[in-house]
Design a protein. Structure first.
Length: 75
């Protein structure tokens, strides 16, 4: 099950509410470098975290994002 906050962010950033754990950087036409930057900013704001470059480049799917946020203890 995907966290509702993550779903809301994806809907806001990508305008799509068809979100699954398998959704990844290639599933949405607008999940390009700019879309990824917008996603990261939204995640940082929503969860009051700061992501490093090495963390940002690993967050390429809904599943990876959710697992990362769980590990950070913000979900």
């Amino acid at each position: 099950m995907i966290n509702n906050s993550i779903k809301e962010i994806f809907k806001e950033i990508f305008g799509n509410d068809d979100i699954h754990k398998e959704t990844s950087i290639g599933n949405y036409e607008n999940w390009d470098s700019l879309g990824h930057a917008r996603l990261i900013v939204a995640l940082e704001k929503k969860f009051a975290i700061k992501l490093s470059f090495s963390e940002i480049i690993l967050l390429t799917s809904v599943n990876k994002i959710q697992e990362f946020l769980l590990q950070k203890g913000v979900l």
